[in-house]
Design a protein around this ligand. Structure first.
Ligand SMILES: *Cc1c(COP(=O)(O)O)cnc(C)c1O
Length: 496
């Protein structure tokens, strides 16, 4: 399997003597392609009906192996099988609700079977160590990184900024891993007590929590400043695990297959997915599963008030938001100003034309967006093709989330988190007779308790082991947003 950049120069792509492509292991530890684009397979591997039938019986780990081996063709199959078996265990995904089976890894729960033949199902993706769906990919990434680094006898220092879910998922995936250190910046005293405790209670010597005196953007700016020093970056083997990482996307493809296969008994049954969306990473994986031939009917992107994606899927206009237009909401993991994986879909939409893709995303930098509506003066008319890819969308507000959390508790007897509430609200607007609608549950309610209290007047239940997490000893340093001091801190802890 060869990978290409969405912005590869077409002359190089056309010339076999000048390969512009890479293998899975080449892109595993990296981020953007050198040309600023995102990596994608040169073509999507296809699945057959016979394969789907056989896969219905597999465990999650076995299914993950079958799918990943189509993408990671340069990793020996026995190694890949061992890595997936080690990652997707009932022990790692143990935070399943009492009545659900942890061994299912992503258990399904039918919420409603309508008299008119509609069906609403929840797929739990948040039973991993940090109670959010990012564990689904990040846990595999931790094992893949450790494996790849050991082979090259290399080290990696992961450096990033977080306002919550990504940082903790990265730390729990990398803790105790050979050859890896994590330096994670977060805004001092700005995360919830639960999120802070989750990260700062880790005592592993390879985890470094750095609380920056400032807001998230200050922490993010520090990461950019340090990463722009290429000499420092190379010397200290600095890398990232952000949402554009290809291995993260591909690990997420697996649960779309799992959800489809678990919800159906034959491959002519129709299933749609509604996905609480921010950076377009999760739903991009659904798009890839669909391109591989998984019979997904619709892919519905659910946004909160930060509706960049909803706007595009309604109008064909992609317009990134300025900071002042980016709202802090009660589904904070979807508070984005632009959707960093969106280029992977746009590349497909414009017929895998890397010159067009490059021009469109340069226009994002220079003009804040592009318009594919086909209206006079627009940048193209490909919006009319979006329906071929099954995409739909919707958005919700804080009041919608509160109402949905309350309704779901009343009607189905379970408590959902705010992001999943965005999903349920939008999914209900897209139910169709004869089609199972699966909503992806992207976090457990305990992580976003403030809104649960507001909606239900009582605290969200915490999974076993999380009861007193705020009381555990915490390990972190507080620093000013000072680039030189940050570099000195990293240097003194990498020993490089
Ligand atoms: C990250 C996150 C999302 C958004 O996922 P994207 O891949 O960025 O679209 C939604 N819900 C939760 C709880 C998250 O942590």
């Amino acid at each position: 399997m060869q990978y290409v950049s969405t912005r590869a120069a077409s002359s190089a792509a056309a010339s076999p003597s000048q390969p512009s492509s890479a293998q899975f292991s080449d892109i595993l530890l990296g981020g953007l392609a050198a040309d600023g684009g995102l990596f994608l397979p040169a073509s999507y591997p296809q699945v057959t009906g016979a394969e789907l039938d056989a896969w219905r019986k597999l465990s999650y780990a076995e299914l993950a192996f079958e799918i990943l081996k189509k993408f990671a063709t340069d990793i020996p199959e026995a190694d890949l099988r061992a890595l997936t078996a080690k990652t997707y265990t009932a022990e790692v995904y143990k935070n399943a609700r009492k009545e659900e089976s942890a061994a299912d890894i992503t258990p399904l729960r039918v919420l409603e079977e309508g008299e008119n033949g509609t069906r609403l199902v929840l797929q739990a993706l948040s039973n991993g160590p940090t109670l959010a769906f990012k564990d689904m990919a990040m846990q595999l990434l931790g094992n893949l990184f450790e494996y790849a680094l050991a082979k090259q006898n290399a080290e990696l220092n992961i450096f990033g900024a977080t306002s919550g879910d990504t940082g903790s998922a990265a730390e729990y995936a990398m803790r105790g891993k050979q050859g890896i250190r994590v330096f994670m910046l977060s805004p001092h005293k700005k995360m919830s007590a639960f999120q802070t405790a989750q990260m700062f209670s880790l005592q592993d010597p390879n985890i470094f929590n750095i609380a920056i005196e400032g807001v998230f953007d200050d922490a993010q700016d520090m990461v950019k400043a340090v990463s722009n020093d290429l000499e420092f970056k190379a010397r200290h083997k600095i890398g990232t695990v952000n949402s554009i990482n290809w291995a993260r996307v591909v690990a997420q493809v697996v649960y779309y297959f799992r959800g489809y296969l678990a919800a159906t008994t034959s491959n002519d049954q129709k299933v749609s997915f509604t996905v609480p969306s921010g950076n377009f990473g999760n739903i991009c994986a659904g798009h890839i599963a669909r391109m591989m031939g998984l019979p997904i009917d619709k892919l519905v992107a659910a946004t909160n008030e930060n509706d960049v994606l909803d706007e595009f899927f309604r109008s064909g206009v992609y317009r990134v938001r300025k900071s002042a237009e980016t709202y802090h909401t009660s589904s904070p993991s979807m508070d984005i100003s632009k959707a960093s994986n969106f280029e992977r879909f746009v590349y497909e939409l414009v017929g895998r034309d890397s010159d067009r893709t490059r021009a469109l995303f340069q226009k994002v930098d220079t003009h804040g967006g592009f318009d594919l509506s086909g209206k006079p003066g627009s940048d193209g008319d490909e919006f009319k093709l979006v329906a071929n890819y099954g995409f739909k969308s919707g958005k919700s507000t804080h009041q919608d989330r509160v109402d949905t959390i309350r309704d779901v508790a009343d009607d189905y007897g379970i408590v959902i988190d705010t992001h999943t509430a965005d999903g349920i609200k939008v999914a209900k607007e897209h139910l169709e007779p004869g089609v199972t609608m699966i909503v992806l549950e992207t976090a457990l309610a305990a992580k976003f308790n403030e809104t649960i209290l507001e909606a239900l007047g009582e605290d969200a239940e915490r999974p076993d082991g999380f009861e007193n997490i705020e009381d555990l000893p915490q390990k972190f340093v507080v620093m000013k947003p000072d680039v030189a001091a940050m570099k000195a801190y990293i240097a003194s802890n990498t020993g490089l």
